[in-house]
Design a protein around this ligand. Structure first.
Ligand SMILES: Nc1ncnc2c1ncn2[C@@H]1O[C@H](COP(=O)(O)OP(=O)(O)O)[C@@H](O)[C@H]1O
Ligand SMILES: O=P(O)(O)OC[C@H]1O[C@](O)(COP(=O)(O)O)[C@@H](O)[C@@H]1O
Ligand SMILES: [Mg+2]
Length: 513
């Protein structure tokens, strides 16, 4: 067990490490247990071995070598034979925080229906308008009837907000209302907030389970395979890319520019580009680029227009922010949650391209800029995301009923798992490894992950531009990598061995806040 009593690490033979999640009995001993009501539920009782074995764990690494350690494992999500809450005792609440994401309503719906239908719970409250709703607003009663068709709508029926995380007021409200299960749906900021709430609840010795459901359209939460709403966003982005392509190919020297979401991580832009095949150039925050000179964006545009007569550029909102900061002398403004406010890279780059070709090259170009970001975020989730949201919600409900707390749910290599808010796995798994940080153009620097006490929320998953996926993209668009070949060669020379598949997916870096 680690020195910090809230971090539960179990070491086994052959380098097996379990990053366990906290349990209510860690700080309230002798809690009563009850048989899981699912065993008498006709829908579930037909399943052989419906309950998850208490010892089941999920491996973080599935590609291993003969002599490599077995690595980090997480507790497998799912229903347990014993539960720590009686049905009538449960008083649950659900809160949604941060930016919108397709699927929020589906998760809300499935938590409510899961609690009612699987566990016979009939007291579920919705917190209105994010964290501040705990102490500043009235609650909303949630029943299966109320949430019946909300999955067909975008947004969140509960409302959301940034900022306003006042821990003691929130926990006072939880205590005063007699809430004993808290379901928190939100991104990295929200999960940080949930971790603090869990710590305060534990300090007060309350029998309250805190479960996080990770939400981020940017897909930037580490460890889990993918966040809900991401597939919907990639799908919806196709409409904007198609429109940009139609516009561009209809006119001489047509250029379509599409901005997609992705503050620090360019996953939506990368997948939307790979899916579309109409995109000539994809720009993401992880891959710095430059405009002028040999190998720069302007030269590429000139050549592509010469070859094809038109082109489409997709860029993530966080791309090229270093260039914008230089040229616009931006102020360091933040939103209410402390997230850096970004400049509009789409507008900026569109203007730069127009200026360059019309003024400097005296060339007529027709550029159309499409910003579908908020339209994409506001749509209802597609079918596959709905199923995924259902599994996330059910995993969270099973975990809380089983007495686990201080955890986030999510699939790890396809298996739903409970991941502690306080996560040391990342340290161990990343220790000593070279990660690509945020290199500047021509400045390809590998960074070593600092060995600190980390949480799932203190790293961001990013596109690794030395991975095969980014190479696939470069090969599909045939765009420049914007990295000086000499620096790549030097970086290769510094690796004793060729890059290994074990590195796939190690795509985390420290948060930017
Ligand atoms: N470090 C933190 N500690 C406590 N609460 C936080 C922290 N960071 C963000 N929050 C709270 O989490 C909520 C959502 O955060 P935000 O960054 O806006 O969105 P997201 O969760 O989608 O990343 C806000 O109410 C914010 O106050
Ligand atoms: O305008 P808003 O609501 O602050 O949201 C903008 C941000 O929200 C996001 O869509 C998602 O961010 P969060 O996951 O932090 O909510 C980002 O891509 C984007 O920068
Ligand atoms: Mg965030």
């Amino acid at each position: 067990m680690a020195e910090d009593s809230q971090i539960k690490i179990v070491n086994g033979a052959a380098g097996y490490v379990l990053e366990d999640v906290p349990h209510l009995t860690d700080y309230i001993p002798d809690l009563a247990t009850y048989p899981n009501p699912l065993q008498d539920n006709p829908a579930y009782s037909v399943v052989k071995q419906y309950f998850v074995n208490v010892d089941d764990t999920v491996a973080e690494k599935i590609v291993v070598h003969k002599n490599s350690p077995r690595g980090i494992h997480f507790r497998r999500a799912g229903p347990r034979q014993k539960v720590y809450f009686e049905s009538g005792e449960v008083h649950a609440c659900i809160v949604t925080c941060g930016g919108l994401c397709p699927g929020l309503n589906t998760v809300i719906r499935e938590i409510v229906c899961g609690l009612y239908n699987m566990y016979g719970v009939n007291k579920v409250l919705g917190i209105d308008g994010g964290y501040k709703g705990f102490y500043a607003k009235n609650t909303i009663t949630l029943t299966p009837k109320v949430v019946d068709d909300i999955h067909k709508r975008g947004g969140t029926i509960l409302g959301t907000s940034r900022g306003g995380h006042e821990t003691s007021k929130i926990v006072d409200s939880i205590q005063d209302r007699g809430i004993n299960q808290v379901y928190v749906i939100g991104g990295d900021g929200t999960q940080k907030g949930a971790a603090v709430i869990y710590e305060e609840i534990r300090r007060r010795g309350l029998k309250v389970a805190v479960a996080g459901i990770p939400k981020t359209i940017d897909n930037d939460i580490p460890v889990i395979d993918k966040s809900f709403g991401f597939d919907t966003a990639v799908e919806e982005a196709q409409r904007a890319i198609n429109a940009a392509h139609v516009e561009a190919e209809s006119i001489e020297n047509g250029i379509g520019v599409v901005k997609l979401m992705g503050r620090y991580s360019g996953f939506i832009a990368m997948y939307a580009t790979l899916a579309s095949r109409d995109v000539d150039c994809c720009l993401i925050p992880e891959s710095p680029f430059f405009l002028e000179g040999k190998g720069g964006l302007f030269e590429f545009i000139k050549n592509r227009l010469k070859e094809n007569g038109h082109m489409v550029i997709v860029l993530a909102e966080g791309a090229g922010q270093d260039l914008l900061a230089k040229s616009l002398q931006s102020m360091n403004q933040q939103d209410a949650s402390g997230n850096k406010l970004l400049q509009d890279v789409g507008l900026w780059i569109s203007q730069k391209i127009k200026d360059h070709f019309t003024r400097e090259r005296k060339m007529v170009i027709n550029l159309k800029y499409i910003d579908p970001t908020y339209m994409i975020r506001a749509v209802p989730s597609i079918a596959s995301d709905n199923v995924y949201c259902t599994l996330l919600a059910h995993s969270a409900v099973h975990g809380a009923m089983a007495g686990y707390t201080g955890f986030t749910v999510g699939p790890v290599n396809g298996r739903h798992s409970y991941i502690p808010f306080k996560l040391r796995a990342l340290i161990t798994s990343l220790m000593g490894r070279l990660l690509v940080g945020s290199p500047r153009a021509g400045d390809f620097i590998g960074q070593t992950c600092p060995v600190n006490d980390l949480r799932i929320t203190e790293k961001q998953k990013q596109v690794v531009i030395t991975d095969r996926m980014w190479a696939r993209l470069l090969s599909s668009t045939d765009q420049p990598s914007f990295i000086c070949p000499r620096v790549v060669a030097e970086s290769r020379k510094n690796h004793d061995e060729p890059p290994t598949q074990l590195l796939d997916g190690d795509s985390c870096k420290e948060t930017h806040e």
